[in-house]
Design a protein. Sequence first.
Length: 175
Amino acid sequence: YDSDNFMQQRGNGFATYRNTDFFGLVDGLDFAVQYQGKNGSAHGEGMTTNGRDDVFEQNGDGVGGSITYNYEGFGIGAAVSSSKRTWDQNNTGLIGTGDRAETYTGGLKYDANNIYLAAQYTQTYNATRVGSLGWANKAQNFEAVAQYQFDFGLRPSLAYLQSKGKNLGRGYDDE
């Protein structure tokens, strides 16, 4: 998909602060906060496109944060983000409308003794694309991965990914 998709992938206009070991007080506790400036539409608030005529490349002002804790190969993390949606995203007949695009995620991992296991669950509101139809009003995403690192460098990997769109509206069932 396109860039600047509500802080869920690479984009531009970001300001980020990262902190490791919580100001040197707690080993393994890291956090980050992030702001993304508007890449808006030619309509509504601000009326600037920043070169973004395609509704799928637009986003309003957004903020996000993450926190992780790692200890002896085990890790846990959580992240949230919330971005304003543009006028075009809510008024061009696409599915998924709302003032904000929000993301909530949590994950666990084990990374030691040549074994890597990880899982994450994410729930989004008006932020996960449904092809060219727009955005799911609600989406639930689950990912799990298992890897083993052989001493000679080979690292086979097995992964499971599932994404479900909920409350799509306009005659579409949950996908």
